[in-house]
Design a protein around this ligand. Structure first.
Ligand SMILES: Cc1cc2nc3c(=O)[nH]c(=O)nc-3n(C[C@H](O)[C@H](O)[C@H](O)COP(=O)(O)OP(=O)(O)OC[C@H]3O[C@@H](n4cnc5c(N)ncnc54)[C@H](O)[C@@H]3O)c2cc1C
Length: 365
């Protein structure tokens, strides 16, 4: 993974970020490496690996480019994993192989303009009409929105039942009434694609309801348990990239006649970064190991995601500081780590929401 990221991604990182280029040309290679269906069992065309190889892969991609890691994480952990967790045998057979083999790219739409942290406030509707589901509404902030071939989207099927009235649906690109809307112009992760998804009287076959009717929101929470492990891994990768750049710069940069690495103030920053990144990685691997064993990881994935993302934001900030003025310009990699990493404390549940989850899991309510 490291050799691949260094060879095929590193040379393009700055240009892709500047031009917001979505690296679609990488997908066949990512697929050949088994990265498009890492945890999908071989019987459905996947790599059949557990979460540990998956988090190592995400970390290694993010160490070089957070955007590529985010594209892969959204495809694997959100879209593909929702179908794996909740799909019927027929849905798994139909959709998992093309997703896992990289023939199709996936996206997952839960968030709406009025339903972010409070995703249960979903307004997009799906009504059953003449043997088909008809979807209306719009989703926001969907990763891979404009490039995805398969979208898993949540919509209200019974508004009297609150969170138990939200269902999940599989929508294929090209379905009339289904289209991407506005593309977001972002602070970071600029080579990943984030945008709106619009449903206008979008008719999809009855069989494309994913999981039991009314179970879509509950299944989404299970999907996010896995997804948060990948955001933790992504955080560790960005932090590791920022740390390594800081080691290099502090050895090379001389002030007052000696390398800045000889100053205790810089050494202490590097020591804190090393310690926190190791701790974040171990929390991520613990959650990954438990997920591989099929255990419930709500608490462990939230802890890993909260800690790793906040560590990574700190590490990227210290990396800029260690670089001084050079940390503020685009000739050096750390300003991009600093911009990219902020997403990790927001996406798949903000740090505040992780704290609510961890407290609830600890208190039992
Ligand atoms: C680049 C990017 C990619 C994304 N990809 C996807 C995707 O693929 N699919 C998808 O469905 N979504 C995606 N999201 C959406 C993301 O998950 C949401 O942005 C996130 O859950 C926060 O929701 P929000 O933006 O509406 O913020 P809000 O919910 O409006 O939160 C605003 C602030 O209020 C705080 N807050 C809210 N409620 C509480 C509370 N109860 N207690 C304490 N504090 C609270 C939050 O922590 C935050 O600080 C993406 C977002 C971004 C930026």
């Amino acid at each position: 993974m490291r050799a691949f990221a260094e060879r095929e991604i590193r040379p393009h990182v700055r240009e892709w970020d500047a031009s917001e280029h979505f690296p679609i040309e990488l997908l066949p290679t990512l697929a050949r490496l088994g990265l498009m269906g890492v945890t999908v069992p071989a019987e459905y065309g996947g790599s059949g690996l557990g979460y540990i190889p998956y988090v190592i892969a995400i970390e290694e991609l993010a160490r070089v480019d957070g955007s590529v890691a985010l594209v892969v994480a959204a495809h694997n952990s959100l879209c593909t994993n929702h179908i794996l967790l909740a799909g019927s045998e027929q849905q798994k057979k139909k959709y998992l192989a093309p997703l896992a083999q990289g023939e199709k790219l996936g996206c997952w739409s839960l968030t709406e303009p009025g339903a972010g942290s409070d995703a249960g406030g979903t307004r997009t509707t799906a009504r059953f009409e003449g043997n088909a589901w008809v979807l209306n509404g719009s989703k926001t902030f969907t990763t891979n929105s404009h490039y995805a071939d398969i979208c898993v989207a949540m919509a209200v099927t019974d508004k009297t039942k609150g969170k138990h009235g939200i269902s999940a649906f599989i929508v294929e690109k090209g379905t009339p009434g289904f289209r991407p809307g506005k593309t977001e112009d972002k602070l970071g992760m600029r080579a990943s694609n984030t945008g709106e998804i619009v449903f206008e009287d979008c008719r999809i076959p009855r069989d494309n309801c994913l999981g039991d009717e009314g179970q879509g929101f509950i299944d989404s929470l299970r999907v996010l348990d896995g997804g948060r492990i990948s955001i933790a891994a992504l955080s560790v990768g960005v932090a590791q990239g920022a740390f390594e750049a800081s080691l290099k710069h502090s050895r090379e940069r001389e002030q007052f006649g000696r390398p800045i690495a000889s100053f205790q103030a810089i050494r202490f920053k590097l020591a804190d970064m090393a310690t926190e990144i190791d701790a974040a990685r171990l929390l991520t691997w613990r959650a990954a190991a438990l997920a591989t064993q099929g255990k419930r990881v709500t608490r462990e994935s939230s802890i890993a995601k909260l800690f790793a993302s906040e560590v990574a934001v700190r590490a990227a900030g210290e990396a800029v500081q260690i670089h001084g003025g050079y940390g503020f310009i685009k000739d050096y990699p750390v300003e991009k780590f600093y911009r990219d990493v902020k997403l990790c404390t927001i996406g798949e549940g903000t740090s505040e929401i992780q704290r609510l989850v961890i407290a609830r899991e600890s208190l039992g309510r």
